[in-house]
Design a protein around this ligand. Sequence first.
Ligand SMILES: Nc1nc2c(c(=O)[nH]1)N=C([C@H](O)[C@H](O)COP(=O)(O)OP(=O)(O)OP(=O)(O)O)CN2
Ligand SMILES: [Zn+2]
Length: 147
Amino acid sequence: MMQQIYPQVQHPFQFELNKDMHIAAAHYIPHEDAGKCQKVHGHTYFVNITIAGDELDESGFLVNFASLKKLIHNRFDHSLLNEHTDLFSDKDSNYFPTTEGVARAIYEVIQKDLNTKENKPKCVQVFVRETPTSYVVFRPKNKEEQV
Ligand SMILES: Nc1nc2c(c(=O)[nH]1)N=C([C@H](O)[C@H](O)COP(=O)(O)OP(=O)(O)OP(=O)(O)O)CN2
Ligand SMILES: [Zn+2]
C-alpha cells in the first residue's frame, strides 16, 4: 500500500493530477556527515509527482499517468543513483543523491519531458519519502517557468 501523505501545493491551474510510485534503488552519500550512509545501501523510495495545467492533450489527458511512471521508474528502479552522472555528482554537494537531490532530479527529468508537450503541463511538486521517518518536498520556485 502506498503512503498516504499528500502535501498540498498552491498553483493557478485548473487541473491537477498526482502519480504515486515506488522505486527500489541504492545510493551512497560521499560526505563524512552522512555517517553510515557513506556506504552503499538501498531504499524503497515512495514518490508522489504532482502535475498541473489548463489544457488537455488529444487523449483527454493532462499527461498520461503511465508515461510518468515510465520516465522515472524505468530510469531509476534497481539502479545505483550515484551512477546517473547526468543528474548526480560525487564531487558537488548540490548534486549528491540525497533525498533533496533525488526530488529535484525527478522534477528536472519530468519537466524536461513536459516541455515537449503542446498542452504545456507543469510539474508543481515532487514528494520523495526515503525512509519511514524522512521525506522531502521539492517545488519549483516559479511554477510557470520551464526548466
Ligand atoms: N537532509 C537530509 N538528511 C539526511 C539524508 C538526506 O538525504 N537528507 N539522508 C540520510 C541518510 O542517507 C538516511 O537514508 C536517512 O536518514 P534517517 O532519516 O536518519 O534514517 P533512519 O532510518 O536511521 O531514521 P530514524 O528515524 O532514526 O529511524 C541522513 N540524513
Ligand atoms: Zn540512504
